[in-house]
Design a protein around this ligand. Structure first.
Ligand code: ARG
Length: 362
């Protein structure tokens, strides 16, 4: 289903529909789209644009739809253009014409900006929680190895003797900066675009402040033209994730090296290593290598969206649809990578005799 065909005598060519279709990836926004629709129903009712009966039917149908989305019972169709149109189809299938009432005073432009913010705010907190676990693993290890000694390096040359506890704890400090970036980003992102409409709000008497509060935002964006054009929150999130990715890649590089036969400083637990069928003596630090390798993707995703937004005229342009896949890629890959990396750090053994021996020879 498309939401805009009214004045066209025929639908778009198949190739055009295939190009503009986004539901195959933006379906991830469905729970957030339903949340913002529920807030919008309240706004329409409070402004007496719909009566209490219609509002109750819309609310019940949205809650039911949410259950069906989460259980997988409601799925997008091949003919649905994006998450917004698929869910509106779901509403009209349940309620008939009344389902369309949700459209009053709202556009997909403010809807998609709101959904994306909600998705990112939720997921950046999940990433923060996963970072805390990695930090804890480093701190636990640093306490265990505070009296283990090793050569410290500059220019990859033996420089000064160090406590291995300090060597391990340094990563917890870098991760703390990542956490503070997320916190700072959160407070700047936490303003609702809902109510901005296509670009200039709506003449209908709806109160965006109340919708914002219902969705848990701190307030409302100050300018609707900026609101539907702004993807700074996405760029900043991608940048934070790229920096996290770079931190993880440096951890990965270090641990690949430390677990090599030449260093022999760290033994990775079997559960977090892989082997080779043709060379059975090998134990590979694949988790560390993937941590190192995935940095390319995190940096690339940031660069891709910066390039899309560069020079883009304000208000909404369809180019902005390109924001989603890179965001999903960074979020999902970080959430995939952090647990095994944390497991590897937590379960690894430092060979203190070997680090001390190398220190003696320093
Ligand atoms: N799928 C679109 C996106 O992700 C939603 C907004 C479409 N708005 C429009 N005016 N065509 O950006």
């Amino acid at each position: 289903m498309t939401l805009w065909g009214g004045r066209f005598s025929e639908g778009p060519a198949d190739s055009v529909f295939a190009l503009s279709r986004s539901v195959q990836f933006d379906w991830r926004l469905a729970p957030y789209d339903i949340a913002s629709s529920l807030a919008h129903v309240h706004a329409l009712e409070a402004g007496s644009i719909i009566n209490a009966k219609v509002a109750a039917s819309l609310r019940d149908a949205l809650i039911e739809l949410r259950k069906e989305v989460l259980s997988g019972k409601f799925q997008p169709h091949a003919t649905d253009e994006d998450v917004h149109s698929a869910l509106e189809r779901g509403l009209t299938e349940k309620l008939g014409e009344i389902g369309g009432a949700i459209r009053a005073g709202r556009s997909r432009n403010d809807q998609v900006a709101t959904d994306l913010k909600l998705y990112l705010m939720d997921n950046m907190l999940k990433i923060g929680a996963a970072l805390v676990k990695l930090q804890e693993a480093f701190i636990a290890q640093s306490l265990e190895y505070v009296d283990a000694y090793a050569p410290g390096f500059t220019h990859i040359q033996h420089a000064q003797p160090i406590s291995f506890g300090q060597e391990l704890a340094k990563h917890a400090v870098a991760l703390e900066r990542d956490l503070s970036r997320i916190k700072d980003w959160f407070s700047r992102t936490n303003l609702s675009p809902l109510g901005s409409g296509a670009l200039a709000g709506t003449s209908l008497p709806i109160n965006p402040t109340e919708s914002a509060a219902r969705l848990g935002f701190d307030g409302v964006v100050p300018n609707s033209i900026d609101a539907v054009a702004d993807r700074d929150f996405a760029l900043e999130a991608l940048s934070i994730m790229a920096i996290i990715g770079v931190h993880l890649s440096r951890i990965g590089e270090e641990w690949t090296l430390w677990s090599s036969s030449e260093f022999g400083w760290a033994s990775i637990d079997d559960a977090y290593a892989t082997g080779s069928s043709i060379m059975p003596q090998k134990k590979n630090a694949d988790v560390a290598e993937l941590a190192r390798g995935k940095a390319g993707r995190f940096i690339g995703n940031l660069t891709a969206l910066l390039t899309t937004v560069k020079g883009l005229p304000f208000s909404y342009n369809r180019d902005l649809q390109e924001d989603k896949e890179v965001i999903f890629s960074s979020v999902e890959n970080l959430l995939l990578l952090l647990p095994p990396l944390t497991g590897m750090v937590r379960s690894r053994t430092i060979e203190r005799q070997k680090t001390a021996r190398d220190f003696d020879g320093a």
